[in-house]
Write a protein of this length. Structure first.
Length: 288
């Protein structure tokens, strides 16, 4: 048992780094994912994950696999796409989902093209799928800083964010905090996607946010409990995914997301709040 579950992290530093980075992503991504789900913006997160690719690709084109250049490029690109899609939806007949879909496709194609100008297929795979087993000290510090900042801001803005999510009309009637809260939340989404990009790539970064959040929602209806459960699911999935990938000799990032997906499917069946088995079970009269 020790050899299978503990030994890889005792023997190999890169496994310990991958676990620490994955835990940081899980802790920061859980509240972001829960609120994305509650705001019916789950696919928005996926679109934003691809929106950072051109900026990261330009950073790669200018400075190679530089953490600072790719992070700055991804942040700028993500924020630009978020603001641009909102403006297009506001001033044209297009809905926001159609606008995000358009920017998502443009961003993905542009990013792949930019990387192809200088890099190899290995570089492209690194950008698309990440390399969680190759996290260095600088990347771990970046992930830890993003996680700390995210949790700190959520602690400060938790109540207005919950109100803006569940009843934006009420928040607008009693306070002018709605628009700033929305903007800060979108910035946190972009920031966490950029962090996830370094470990899991643009195609999988949103998975560590949304799958644990969706699984947690199937167990509880309370927002705070859902965030805590989503954190736990993300951490457990990261640990199991790294162990399974080490033993099976397959890429770690996709396996971590597959474990998250497996937990989601189990929650879909057995979830206490709205799992399929609970919904199909005959209930007594007036039973909640």
């Amino acid at each position: 048992m020790f050899e299978n579950l503990i030994s890889p992290f005792v023997e190999f530093e890169f496994m310990r780094r991958a676990l620490v980075g994955s835990i940081a992503l899980s802790m920061a991504g859980a509240p972001v994912g829960v609120f994305l789900m509650l705001r019916r913006m789950s696919l928005t997160g996926d679109a934003m994950a691809h929106a950072i690719l051109p900026g990261a690709a330009i950073g790669y084109l200018l400075a190679g696999l530089s953490l600072g250049a790719m992070t700055a490029g991804g942040l700028i690109a993500g924020i630009v796409v978020a603001l641009a899609s909102g403006a297009v939806a506001r001033f044209t007949a297009l809905r926001e989902d159609a606008t995000l879909a358009a920017f998502y496709l443009i961003s993905l194609a542009l990013g792949v093209t930019i990387v192809s100008l200088r890099g190899s297929n290995v570089d492209l795979l690194h950008l698309l799928f990440g390399s969680v087993l190759a996290l260095d000290d600088a990347t771990l510090l970046l992930l830890a800083a993003i996680s700390t900042l995210t949790l700190f801001i959520f602690a400060l803005l938790y109540r207005p964010l919950v109100m803006e999510t569940l009843d934006p009309g009420f928040l607008a009637s009693v306070s002018g905090a709605g628009a700033p809260t929305q903007l800060i939340f979108l910035c946190l989404v972009v920031l966490n996607l950029v962090g996830g990009f370094h470990a899991l790539g643009t195609l999988l970064a949103v998975g560590i946010m949304m799958l644990p959040a969706a699984a947690a929602r199937l167990w509880v209806a309370d927002v705070t409990l859902a965030i805590a459960i989503a954190m736990g699911i993300g951490i457990v999935a990261s640990y199991l995914g790294l162990v399974i990938s080490y033993k099976a000799g397959v890429p770690s990032g996709p396996v971590i997301i597959l474990v998250c997906g497996g937990i989601y499917l189990l929650s879909l069946l057995f979830g206490r709040s709205s799992g399929l088995i609970r919904l199909l079970r005959p209930r007594w009269h007036l039973e909640a």
